[in-house]
Design a protein around this ligand. Structure first.
Ligand code: IMP
Length: 200
């Protein structure tokens, strides 16, 4: 069976990718398979650049076609921050949320979006990147226990609940990650079947 490496050790992301690629004759391999995989510095200035850095590194290390993603929350009133710094914004999810709510204290504009970029690398080159977004607003206080990260304060447009209050199957259908992954899977189906056949 053809193989693709997903540049992550996050089991939730691997499960999601395997589900989305289940109609394909493709085995999705995680980086946990490679015990000596080096730390890769994410020093890009955009989500696409960071996803590309991770995909290229995984492709070069494993010699397999590689997928990588990079994501974060961009808040309009904070000039797009925390953006690519979302995971480094504070020590843990609770502190990240508190810091963001504090930064927005008294701010009327609470518009924000989640962004996810996915890059696919093959034969030492990034061959395509995909970006998914979901727009919404930042709530006044954290609500809900589902999901992770900034989910308790993000209310997607068209809903009155936060991502952490919505059932996970709704988030999985509409999220920035779902949009980007679907586009990437479509590309793999349309364009990469031949690569896999040649390669594996
Ligand atoms: P990474 O792409 O896994 O490095 O995620 C970057 C950071 O953005 C995460 O640590 C979260 O803080 C935030 N983030 C990305 N996607 C989501 C999401 O779907 N919900 C909540 N937070 C997210």
């Amino acid at each position: 069976m053809a193989q693709i490496v997903a540049a992550t050790t996050n089991q939730k992301k691997l499960v999601e990718l395997r589900k989305l690629l289940s109609s394909q004759e493709v085995e999705v391999i995680g980086l946990d398979r490679y015990k000596n995989y080096p730390d890769i510095e994410e020093n890009g200035v955009s989500f696409e650049e960071n996803a590309s850095i991770k995909a290229l590194a995984a492709n070069r290390y494993t010699d397999l076609p590689a997928f990588a993603d990079d994501s974060g929350l961009c808040v309009e009133a904070l000039n797009g921050e925390p953006g690519i710094h979302s995971s480094r914004y504070a020590e843990n999810d609770q502190e990240r949320i508190a810091k963001l709510l504090n930064a927005l204290d008294g701010q009327a504009n609470r518009r924000a979006k989640f962004v996810c970029a996915i890059a696919i690398a093959f034969n030492g080159e990034v061959i395509e990147t995909f970006v998914g977004e979901i727009h919404g607003v930042i709530g006044d206080a954290p609500r809900g226990a589902n999901g992770f990260g900034y989910d308790p304060i993000f209310i997607p447009d068209g809903y009155d609940k936060t991502f952490a209050e919505l059932p996970s199957d709704i988030k999985d259908q509409i999220s920035h990650r779902a949009v980007a992954v679907k586009a990437a899977v479509q590309f793999v189906e349309d364009e990469m079947a031949a690569c896999f056949n040649d390669f594996n």
